[in-house]
Write a protein that binds this ligand. Structure first.
Ligand code: PGA
Length: 239
């Protein structure tokens, strides 16, 4: 059985709850009318919008995911959200270790605990890795990403993990990485963690999606900015 191409929409904190609900409805409508797309599409709204977006996606073949999760199952952790709550809301996926969270102080050890909590609860982690620009300029991206993977997945069962390779300098910059180096990083990732799906993320748009979705070793894309525009996201999802 071949795994379908995976398209993850990361809406970040860019939309209100009502706007998220509307975008979800538009995506459902758009993908329905574009014949059998044969893609696994996962929408990741912010926490407050999960419930309403989950309602919109019920009885569709579009899945819902969260953008983060806490590692404890319950307790006095003001402001945090557990994997169990995400499951209750219908999430099957959760983005973990996004560089924007790492920039706010999330360490490799936190990413590891979150990945473990997600797996334990039966969620599929979409584990983000990727190097900053200085590391890339020094040509050390392979060892940087290998270390991130080792730290996040140490001792965990890996059969249900999706990896998103997102060079930090490519995120939101309009400067996507090139397919050759992405293919090289996909080989590095597979050699490190085995045969799990590897997505590319970082300035994916309607005009370049086709290149990435046909890059050897790449199974799909994690899309930020371009996922906020229905027509563009539908174009990407059907590329
Ligand atoms: P971008 O974001 O597509 O806007 O570059 C990707 C991401 O942060 O996941």
């Amino acid at each position: 059985m071949t795994c379908p191409v995976i398209l993850v929409a990361n809406w970040k904190m860019k939309l209100g709850v009502g706007e998220s609900e509307k975008l979800a409805k538009d995506v459902v409508r758009g993908l329905k009318s574009s014949r059998d797309h044969g893609r696994a599409v996962i929408l990741c709204p912010s926490f407050p919008a999960l419930d309403r977006v989950a309602d919109v996606l019920r009885n569709t073949n579009i899945a819902i995911g969260a953008q983060d999760v806490f590692w404890q199952t319950s307790g006095a952790y003001t402001g945090e959200v557990s994997a169990r709550e995400l499951k209750e809301l219908g999430c099957r996926f959760v983005i973990i270790g996004h560089s924007e969270r790492r920039a706010l102080g999330e360490a490799d050890a936190d990413v590891h605990k979150k990945t473990r909590a997600a797996l334990t609860a039966g969620l599929t982690p979409i584990l983000c890795v990727g190097e900053p620009i200085a590391v890339r300029r020094a040509g050390r991206q392979a060892s940087y990403v290998r270390q991130q993977l080792a730290a996040a997945l140490k001792g965990l069962r890996r059969s249900r993990v999706i990896i998103a390779y997102e060079p930090i300098w490519a995120i939101g910059s309009g400067k996507a990485d090139n397919p050759e180096s992405i293919a090289r990083m996909a080989r590095v990732i597979h050699a490190t963690v085995g045969a799990m799906p590897v997505l590319y993320g970082g300035s994916v748009s309607a005009s370049n999606a086709r290149d990435f979705l046909h890059t050897p070793g790449i199974q799909g894309a994690l899309v930020g900015g371009a996922s906020l525009h229905t027509a563009e996201f539908i174009t990407i999802a059907t590329s």
